[in-house]
Design a protein around this ligand. Structure first.
Ligand code: GDP
Ligand code: MG
Length: 294
């Protein structure tokens, strides 16, 4: 059987639904979703193998213009990803492009990357808005295909896969057929903890933290995971831990429940909070946390 592969990078403003779409396509939660922007920090690969076609998706944090070291590295991750992609999936909502989106499209044009326009969240908007969005975006960029869909309900996702398949090139598979992601289990555990923090803490704290797995030990019927949460201020540490440790307990226990479902095994999860002043500009720490080197 001759096999085909296609690589696609999800891009677009924060919060348009890139991670939700990736999860919908792969059919399992591999990228964290949040109502707050900029949840996805490093690039995440989702892999779908269907019959003779392997689809490899790269989820990115969206184009950001950060002032500190972290923001710069996130931006670097996006550029690296787009450079090596075959097709860009430009995800948007049903609105005319804003300045940030116009800038992204100008960069895509300069790189000569073919792109599909994905108008997401059609479950929540009237049809006329989709039509005016298409004409507004087509005036900025010559998209190879336009696909309105709902990442939430899955409506339109089949059409996207069909369009991608039409552009797949003959090649051996790059990943095992049952592999869903190249993200390690340790990274996944951190992402789940971080997602719970986003839900349970105030706006400002979760974006100022970094998580790392200190130990990940798998036994026959138990996985023990030790996560360190780095934050930059004592006051943040206090907020994360909460009165009498209540907040951290809630974060850990929600994360544990989800990790047990994911791994289908009992999980022992222990989270520690450490203050590391100015970690966002600490190159050594950023490297050890897996952010791309500039
Ligand atoms: P990202 O920043 O682009 O990765 O966006 P996320 O995937 O984290 O989603 C941002 C928010 O939009 C979340 O609250 C999602 O539940 C919501 N969302 C994503 N896709 C859809 C959709 O198709 N319909 C609706 N109604 N909401 C969606
Ligand atoms: Mg995301």
């Amino acid at each position: 059987m001759s096999t085909k592969t296609v690589f696609a990078t999800l891009m677009g403003r924060p919060n348009v639904g890139k991670s939700t779409l990736l999860n919908q396509i792969i059919g399992e939660k591999i990228s964290i979703v949040s109502p707050k922007p900029q949840t996805t920090r490093t690039r995440i690969t989702g892999i779908l193998t269907k019959d003779a076609v392997q689809y490899v998706f790269l989820d990115t944090p969206g184009f950001l213009t950060g002032k500190n070291g972290l923001g710069k590295r996130m931006e670097q991750t996006v550029s690296d990803t787009v450079d090596e992609t075959e097709i860009a999936l430009f995800v948007c909502e049903a609105k005319a492009p804003n300045e940030a989106e116009k800038k992204m499209l100008a960069r895509l044009r300069a790189m000569n990357v073919p792109a599909f326009l994905i108008i997401n969240k059609v479950d929540a908007i009237p049809k006329e808005k989709v039509l005016s969005t298409i004409s507004a975006f087509m005036a900025e960029f010559e998209f190879d295909a336009v696909i309105p869909l709902s990442a939430k309900t899955g409506d339109g996702v089949e059409l996207l896969l069909k369009e991608l398949e039409a552009r797949a090139e003959e090649s051996p598979f790059f990943f095992d057929e049952d592999q869903l992601s190249d993200q390690s289990e340790a990274v996944f555990a951190c992402e789940v903890v971080r997602e719970k923090m986003l839900y349970l803490l105030g706006q400002e704290v979760p974006h100022g933290v970094a998580l790392a797995v200190d130990a990940f030990e798998e036994e026959e019927d138990l996985i023990s995971i030790y996560v360190v949460i780095y934050c930059s201020k004592d006051s943040h540490k206090g907020m994360i831990i909460g009165k009498g440790g209540a907040k951290l307990k809630e974060i850990s226990s929600r994360a544990r429940v989800e990790l047990e479902q994911h791994f289908d095994k009992k999980v022992f999860l222990k989270c520690f909070v450490k203050v590391k002043r100015d970690w966002e500009n600490n190159a050594g720490l950023l490297d050890s946390l897996g952010f791309t080197q500039e």
